[in-house]
Ligand binder design. Structure first.
Ligand code: ADP
Ligand code: ADP
Length: 228
């Protein structure tokens, strides 16, 4: 079963160079992969097409084998709930506790408070943050804040987690710790797509790597090839 498929996707912005050119790839359920490339290569555009904040000029993006072209209007919000997002700058609400931040996606989708609280506690435990539920984000270290961001992104069990330079602000040890948490998600039913230009980290993780260059997908490296 495929979670995500790009079929010959081209994206032109008005007046600019093409941001993506004829890009095709598929992400299987339970797969983790990286997308890398220089600044301007098209990485953010690729995320925006998944998130439906942009639409392809040509070609199709399929999510869970459904053409996103057909997802319009009120259905866009429903689609976004199936995609968890982690950012470089965690984007937590600073006036809400850790627990309230993580509960947000569940409250938005209409879970009962008691059910939400149970899930929040369980996911915070998994992230090693069980004791931080009542804290405010500003009272946490950078690594802890990023783990709260991940907890919030996965609490509703999305099919896909996308992360945009999630370790950009962390030192190498914390970055590796965050990556280890990501690597555990596929076994729990969430595929993971990480945009990163941290080559050392990519080598260390030994996952599939897509390389974008000026909007073209120039390489799709399997973990086996990376090991050589
Ligand atoms: P990356 O995330 O790899 O840095 P982007 O997807 O942001 O790459 O950008 C790819 C190309 O598209 C760049 O040439 C960039 O200038 C251009 N681009 C991105 N967003 C816009 C936009 N909203 N309007 C015009 N050009 C854009
Ligand atoms: P924008 O305001 O253009 O959406 P942001 O800076 O908010 O950009 O987000 C960073 C990148 O992550 C953007 O490319 C954005 O489209 C993407 N993104 C945000 N949320 C999601 C999501 N749930 N799924 C996929 N991509 C996302």
């Amino acid at each position: 079963m495929s979670v995500l498929r790009f079929d010959n996707v081209t994206k032109h912005y008005a007046g600019g160079h093409p941001a993506l050119v004829d890009v095709s790839f598929e992400v299987a359920a339970g797969e983790m992969l990286f997308v890398t490339g220089h600044s301007g290569a098209g990485k953010s555009t690729l995320l925006k097409l998944i998130h439906l904040s942009e639409r392809p000029t040509r070609g199709a993006v399929l999510f869970a084998e459904r053409n996103l072209l057909k997802v319009r209007g009120g259905k866009v919000a429903l689609h976004r709930r199936q995609v968890g997002a982690v950012y470089q700058d965690h984007r937590l609400l600073t006036d809400r506790s850790v627990g309230e931040n993580v509960a947000l996606p569940l409250i938005l989708r209409g879970d009962r408070r008691a059910d939400a609280d149970k899930r929040v506690r369980s996911v915070l435990e998994r992230m090693g943050l069980g004791h931080r539920e009542k804290a405010l984000p500003t009272q946490l270290s950078a690594g802890e804040q990023q783990r709260v961001g991940i907890a919030r992104a996965i609490v509703a069990e999305p099919r896909l987690l996308v992360a945009d330079e999630p370790t950009g602000n962390l030192d190498p040890a914390l970055a590796a710790e965050i990556m280890t948490l990501f690597a555990e998600l596929p076994a729990r039913g969430t595929s993971v797509l990480v945009v990163s230009h941290d080559l050392a980290l990519l080598k260390q993780m030994r996952k599939r790597v897509l390389i974008l260059d000026h909007g073209r997908l120039v390489d799709d490296i399997s973990p086996q090839d990376l090991a050589e």
